[in-house]
Ligand binder design. Structure first.
Ligand code: SF4
Length: 68
């Protein structure tokens, strides 16, 4: 299975690199290199809105808040 071309620099993962490893892996396994890639909310946002999504938008479509 191929992986998303944005994976190495995806702003969501840059911003939330401090998330627990299992959560990051879960997102990547399901979306960035998995069966739900086409449904990634970040990709869809760009397609629908024509602009890049906020960094806080997770591939699931949930807006994350910055953790202290
Ligand atoms: S979150 Fe979406 S845009 Fe970012 S790397 Fe994963 S599939 Fe690509």
């Amino acid at each position: 299975m191929s992986e998303c071309s944005k994976l190495q620099s995806c702003p969501f993962f840059v911003k939330f690199s401090n998330l627990e490893e299992f959560r990051l892996k879960g997102f990547k396994n399901m979306y960035c290199a998995g069966p739900l890639m086409e449904q990634c909310a970040r990709i869809k946002h760009k397609e629908v809105e024509g602009i890049k999504p906020p960094d806080e938008l997770a591939p699931t479509g949930i807006l994350f808040t910055v953790q202290a």
